[in-house]
Design a protein around this ligand. Sequence first.
Ligand code: ZN
Length: 236
Amino acid sequence: MGKVATRDGESLVGFTTESSCAILTYDDGPDHNETTRILSALSEKGAKATFFVLVRDLTCSISLLREILDEGNEIGLHGDTHRRLPSVTARELEHEIRDSRHLLEDVLGESVRWFRPPYGSQNIRTWRSVCDAGMFPVLWEIECRDWEDRPFSEYLQPIRDHRENGAIIALHDGFAGDPRKRPKILNRRRLTEEIIGLLQDKGMDTLAIGAADILPDCSRRTRIWLDRVDSPDEVS
Ligand SMILES: [Zn+2]
């Protein structure tokens, strides 16, 4: 049994540590093209990450999930339908969180400890549901806005600007938004390579959440994160 969130809305956003590290996370996959490319970039750079997966189409993705784990990465849950959880019924919430966790754990054969709410959108009801299902809500401190087409250097600016150890960085290996808005020119493999390169220039290793959580000098950095107001385009 891991540590549980105790204050209403308490969510993990990073780690306080003397170790030079950052935490990479990917949402909305697995995706047969993008996830494979990102896994190969991570492997070449000696980096690890946590992948928050959607359980829709899970039976088509079992080999990909196995590949994520076999490379030393970690899998968390991002739900099923990628709807904003505060807007769903009690029964739908049960499906997005508890049923989806059981399904994912059955496929993986191991426990799933982390949950990232779609769009970073949660209220006290959905937060409690995640905690009651035995998972810890995970949000982030850095996002690169990789759900939209922008000049490449703009994706990297939040990484360049950041100095503090232990930040959780939110990225995507899939796209769960309106297909017409899917980024057309973004090379996600290159983005991963450049982010890891910038972090390495700062002397930072890249870790999955579970690996940071067991570092001896590391404590969880949490924030009360409730009722986030998003722009309609956001796809986290
Ligand atoms: Zn998402």
